[in-house]
Design a protein. Structure first.
Length: 103
């Protein structure tokens, strides 16, 4: 029952997806490349948006799926998610043979 509830919650949230009116998209709206750029500068834009009410982290209106795809790639591949630091843990196993000392 708990697994069903955990699955149902995100599924219910997907029903709340915002839509954009088709007539709101003009020829000059941001597309893939601007989405890529906005995703890349997301951390800085988010901090600036906390203090400047006219700064947003997402362009509205945009041309839809291609802008979203560029925004996603900008954040995950080229921006915040592109960290090169990784931690590798190596366990060193030492086999010690117990010797019986005759003495």
């Amino acid at each position: 029952m708990k697994r069903l509830a955990l699955l149902a919650a995100p599924l219910a949230l997907t029903a709340c997806a915002a839509t954009q009116a088709a007539d709101a998209v003009a020829p000059g709206t941001p597309g893939f490349l601007l989405g890529l750029w906005h995703g890349f500068i997301f951390p800085v834009a988010w901090i600036v948006s906390l203090f400047a009410p006219k700064v947003a982290i997402y362009a509205v209106p945009n041309n839809g799926g291609w802008y979203d795809f560029g925004y996603f790639l900008g954040i995950v591949v080229f921006g915040v998610g592109a960290r090169k630091s990784r931690v590798i843990y190596k366990d060193r196993v030492i086999n010690v043979r117990a010797r019986r000392l005759d003495g």
